[in-house]
Design a protein around this ligand. Sequence first.
Ligand SMILES: *[C@@H]1O[C@H](CO)[C@@H](O)[C@H](O)[C@H]1NC(C)=O
Ligand SMILES: *[C@@H]1O[C@H](CO)[C@@H](O)[C@H](O)[C@H]1NC(C)=O
Ligand SMILES: *[C@@H]1O[C@H](CO)[C@@H](O)[C@H](O)[C@H]1NC(C)=O
Ligand SMILES: *[C@@H]1O[C@H](CO)[C@@H](O)[C@H](O)[C@H]1NC(C)=O
Length: 495
Amino acid sequence: MTDPMTLPAPMVRMEARAWWAALAAAAVLWAAAPAEGTIGVNLGTTMSHQMLPKSIVETLKDNGIKKVKLFDADDWTVSALAGSGIEVMLAIPNDQLSRMNDYDNAQEWVKENVTRYHFKGGVNIKYVAVGNEPFLKSYNGSFLHTTLPALKNIQKALDEAGVGKEIKATVPLNADVYDSPPSNPVPSGGNFRSDIRGLMVDVVKFLHANDAPFVVNIYPFLSLYANDDFPLDFAFFDGGGRAINDNDEQYTNVFDANFDTLVWSLKKSGVPNLKIVVGEIGWPTDGDKHATVDLAKRFYDGLFKKLAKNEGTPLRPGDMDVYLFGLLDEDQKSVAPGNFERHWGILYYDGKPKFPMDLTGKGNDKFWVPVKGVQYLPAQWCVFNDRAKDLKGLADNVNYACANGDCTALGYGCSCGDLDSRGNISYAFNMYFQMQDQDVMACDFDGLAKITQKNASQGSCLFPVQILSASQRTTPSGGSLSLLLATVAALMLTK
Ligand SMILES: *[C@@H]1O[C@H](CO)[C@@H](O)[C@H](O)[C@H]1NC(C)=O
Ligand SMILES: *[C@@H]1O[C@H](CO)[C@@H](O)[C@H](O)[C@H]1NC(C)=O
Ligand SMILES: *[C@@H]1O[C@H](CO)[C@@H](O)[C@H](O)[C@H]1NC(C)=O
Ligand SMILES: *[C@@H]1O[C@H](CO)[C@@H](O)[C@H](O)[C@H]1NC(C)=O
């Protein structure tokens, strides 16, 4: 190589400039890396048609996601994560909490769902979520007596299995476990809900003693949904709205205010420094007038910029651990909270991205790499049969289709909110038909429906064609195979 000292001066300068540019670029990459690394994704499975777990894991890798949060410890999914290096939060569903009050069961759970995967090249388990939002007001106290004993038993079982230092038990909680009184509606007025305050103090002290984080789900969308007078701009991170002043701290968005209400609640409970992880955050794209792709994009753009700046909140500046909610739309979720519940996905039901985003917060928007290898059912739809003579059963049939299918996109301001009544009927019939895997019997509706090969979509309203569900494509042993291979690899490594 030429000695740079012998190069004509302009070229040396050029080289130096290139070098500085490269260094600066590397520094930017390096600075962005922690932010990107802290973004995880929730993997819900409440859908009629599942994707192959190994395709999901590929999608996470394709899109630079390094952490996932599950809602159970399903072997097929967990096995697919083996060897990926992706950090995992497993979960024990609420209906299993009482079972975990028996230490033997907790020990068995840890053995079967944690220790089994714990080897080099296995699954990178970091947390066990004991329950999911068990103290939610709408559960009427059903899990108040079983959650803390389950948490203690699981942590003890992790400790006794020798993994308690790396793997922590925690309880993801909804932000409704704390509040501020109407007389003092600012973060500093916050504390844990009065009906569960004693219990919450015990929970947070236990988490603190075990070096486990507080996991909280915060949804600015729900603040907006719940209150017609809520200032729209305050739900987002791009300012624009009026700031709220609290003890000289300025709050320009509801997320920060909500998060710091938790910080105050922890302070008042004697654990001011307990680590906080945001277990769920996101914005739905259908099922409500504020659940749109545009607003979801605005929300995520602001969130990613905030995370990239390591801005944190006024009381907890610095980097922040978050799990987006969620990866895919889930068409079997209860719509009790609202029709938007089935539309939280970053990806649609078929693994295609809804809008471009940039997780590094630099505004270099790109569509996510879609889930690969998705297979669709035939291109056919079930629609209202114009020739039907006897219409008296129509209302009942539409109600049946909606109750057992999914009509959440039909409401005011939703993606299919502009259909005429005939379009409405066809939409309902088609959703049911697709959910039933295009079974011809599912497109009868007393002769009111017919199958067509003509794409029934209208304008921006998509009449979907379902995908082939993972269970119809292969058996779960396919997933365990990767675990087996990882086990073999690990054995070879230790030799
Ligand atoms: C392990 O987790 C799975 C999936 O969540 C569950 O069905 C199973 O009962 C758990 N095992 C034990 C021993 O509790
Ligand atoms: C809680 O109580 C309400 C009102 O009594 C009831 O409608 C709801 O089904 C209950 N929920 C649960 C989970 O028990
Ligand atoms: C039907 O049309 C919609 C809207 O033009 C389109 O997005 C969708 O991909 C089409 N479906 C099929 C199966 O061709
Ligand atoms: C279509 O269905 C939706 C949801 O059920 C309803 O709000 C709307 O009024 C219906 N539109 C027509 C034209 O029937």
